[in-house]
Design a protein. Structure first.
Lengths: 506, 506
């Protein structure tokens, strides 16, 4: 067991899922906690992963006509005060800058000095400051639609934080758009939800349900909030991205107007949408296993790691050259907007230690290459979608020519496994008793949560939703976008338009 | 003149250089001031330009073995207190977070609440917080060198701000590295200075002098500060990038140690280096003319803009299709890590207004395309390195096949013009009287500055440097890295190792 602790993840998912998650994030070198309460350090492996998220999403945003801009980190207090609901939502948990200097204090330490006339808030989200710019940039219908995205850090003062999932500072993108009609704005809101779903499913290999939030779960100030919801391996839901139709609420609060073709002054219709570094946590919890992270190849910072076994080699340089040749051959193969990326790990470490490090980091393919492999013109291959002992000797040229295909197989396997897990933990529920049983802790299994995704008819009564949440910690994750037939609410017996998705959630 | 104000930049460089600069930044749609004191909004055109800077620099950093990571925005007050010189340098001008909530106040507005036990500083630079991580990450000589870069926003509370050149919040990259020996750390410091010089000269088309700062101009806490210095069109110097050898100062303050191969515990030798959005301002001031911005093609967000003249066309769609064909043909031509980027401007605006907008934005090549051009299978081309009236009809296929070459010509022209300007405003000076005359305001020319780069012998006496700065606003920009012969200080008559570069500066 002492050996196991140094290699695989302790505890396992079954033993303690939340702790398993924290251990994977740390031992896969994704991130760590910092000396600043609730703020994380994103380590190089985690940062490279996030950069891949950014590159792909940024391409999708540009392909749908958006341009990036950058707005101030600070928001004047009076801006937050403009939209009442928005204030309530964000004023409770923000970092407030009150001084602009440190001076030597009486005890020799530094004390804040130079009090600001108006406190500044470190942006928790940028609707208000971007709205201020929009009110200047937009004059006539010719300036619409205005389609802007920002990549930025934001701060929300969180009491209980978890690496990636809930941190006081996080990285994200926030799209902000203004339109002439509610139809166009709603179309944009839906378009960006589809972009997020596409990214989650086809890049992260993470199946999602697209839907709409109930009133109680809406973004503060929004008219409608759409979302994508994924199931983690503890059967809890994770909200992986949101897209908000803001109506004219922010446009009216911030005077975002345009002159129509007919010469009338009208308020714009606006949207906002965002995904964050939380999606890194979602990937860990969707694909990780008891050996660590498993990376979908389309986003992996490295696709293939080559471990030269030179320790007892008669001619270590020849082995290294053989490895370099394989790497060179792989690096010219295109793979989803880049090329197959290869690391050759020549560090002065024990082979087993190195191998386990790459297992934990989730690299899709590992190649062990020693003199015997070189003699046979082969490689000793391990795939991260198979068990860590499942290795096979493969002809070198056959491997190189199949590498792209193997990566696509791994991508597909991860998606299929996640989808199968979700489907196995999803059911239709037709009575409150059945619902309560589904989400109740079974005897002898003390670790929450239980159940999974429960598709049940619901009349939409907010009081019922609140009660179920208070009693059981279960909420409506979304009203699914597609399909569904009318029925009867399992709680009230009133009519229901369609089944909604209930789950415990992050 | 009223017409001119709508097209070219008012005032001209000769009339009022600082105001010309602000106008170019605004009218080229690079950036604007915001409602937050000293913070700017980087508009889409400016953001796209900065993204190109980032892409190229990031590639250079990775090619020299660096990996990106991300560290907290906030720095605990006690961290800043650790390195005395560093505190003095940054405590004076920082944003201090003291509360983590806003609550309804007596007058109905919001007031800060939830006072923090320890104030947090919004990072002005990250040596201290990254050093804290390094002290955990580094155990043995096997972990060295540790080569990390961060792309981030930083805040320095500035009293007098100017878009891009000096803003309270700015975007930058900061490299932080740790090494086993002073030689390796100094080699890294020089390597990154060379990367900056390469970027400035070969991408920004901006000639720079590489050199070392005198003691008074060093980064707070550094042992040596290297820099690149460029000449703006008002003949003032602009520090365009710095690379610091920090010795063991930060390693000792922050306990960054490693176990050597011999088993001894040693302090690391560290470096840091950075460039910022200030480089966007440097580009404006190096290449801009009285018509606006001129972009070096290797960094331009768009290389070619096509203006379809469809207003009086009999078949506007045919003209548009002809334009699209040209764009398609150009977009497959590789150009320095991307492809030739083309905009087709079909906005519902007057042709003259559109044309001037692209002139001001500095796009290297503009093509006006109407029915007559289509009939002749040609394009009407204007190059931004020539006067705005200097347009010529060019055969379409000849243009497409020459486009890459024309862009390289424009890149070279911008560099040559900047180098010629600098050389024309640089001289060797051999006496204090001559020096004073060179930098004094000539009769009837009230607008500073005067002179340019004065290469003069200097003994290095800090008191002399301070006096010259106080009296004339002239400082040593750098002690050049290369060349130089011993001589006699023009101020003290003492021996001088080599000529140093004096100038007024930003």
């Amino acid at each position: 067991m002492a050996t196991k602790a140094k290699t695989a993840i302790t505890p396992t998912r079954a033993e303690n899922y939340p702790e398993w998650y924290q251990q994977v994030v740390r031992r896969a070198d994704l991130a760590e906690t910092s000396a600043v309460r609730g703020c994380m350090v994103i380590k190089p492996w985690g940062c490279a992963l996030w950069e891949n998220y950014q590159r792909v999403l940024d391409g999708m945003f540009k392909a749908t006509g958006h341009r990036n801009a950058y707005f101030p980190l600070f928001i004047p207090k009076r801006f937050l005060e403009k939209e009442a609901e928005h204030v309530d939502g964000f004023a409770k948990e923000c970092a407030v800058v009150t001084h602009h200097r440190l001076e030597a204090g009486p005890d020799g330490g530094l004390v804040p000095a130079g009090e600001l006339e108006e406190p500044l808030i470190v942006r928790p989200t940028s609707e208000t400051i971007i709205g201020d710019a929009f009110s200047r940039w937009i004059e006539s219908y010719r300036d619409l639609p205005l389609l802007i995205n920002q990549w930025a850090n934001v701060v929300r003062w969180e009491m209980r934080t978890r690496l990636f999932l809930r941190t006081s500072e996080f990285l994200w993108q926030e799209g902000h758009t203004a339109h002439a009609t509610p139809e166009e704005a709603m179309e944009e809101t839906e378009r960006m939800l589809d972009v997020y779903a596409d990214f989650a499913e086809n890049w992260m290999a993470m199946p999602v349900i697209t839907g709409e939030k109930t009133a109680g779960e809406r973004f503060p100030g929004a008219v409608r909030t759409l979302c994508i919801e994924a199931m983690m391996q503890d059967r809890k839901a994770l909200q992986a991205g949101t897209s908000h139709f803001l109506g004219q609420n922010f446009a009216k609060a911030q005077d975002i107007t345009y002159q129509s073709e007919e010469g009338r002054l009208e308020h714009c219709w606006t949207t906002s949408w965002g995904v964050s570094t939380r999606l890194v946590g979602a990937m860990v919890m969707t694909h990780g296993d008891d050996d660590g992270l498993r990376l979908p190849p389309r986003l992996a910072p490295a696709h293939v790691v080559i471990l030269p076994m030179t320790g007892r080699a008669q001619d270590p340089e020849a082995v290294l050259n053989y490895c370099r040749k394989i790497a060179d051959d792989l690096r010219v193969i295109p793979f989803h907007g880049r090329h197959i990326e290869v690391e050759i790990d020549t560090r002065d470490l024990r082979g087993g230690e190195k191998n386990w490090q790459w297992v934990r980091r989730g690299v899709p393919i590992r190649l062990e290459v020693g003199e015997r492999d070189m003699a046979g013109d082969s490689v000793f291959m391990a795939r991260r979608d198979k068990g860590h002992k499942d290795k096979e000797s493969v002809d070198r040229t056959a491997f190189v020519s199949r590498a792209h295909e193997i990566l696509e197989e791994i991508q597909a396997t991860l998606y299929e496994q996640a989808a199968a897990f979700r489907d196995a933990n999803t059911c239709e529920i037709d009575s409150e008793a059945e619902f309560r049983e589904y989400f109740a802790a079974p005897e002898g299994e003390p670790t929450p949560p239980h159940g999974g995704f429960a598709w049940a008819h619901f009349c939409g009564d907010e009081a019922v939703e609140d009660r179920i949440n208070d009693e059981m910690g279960v909420t409506v994750r979304c009203i699914p976008c597609s399909g569904g037939e009318p029925g009867t609410c399992i709680f009230t017996g009133k009519p229901s338009e369609k089944r909604v998705v209930w789950a415990k959630s992050y």
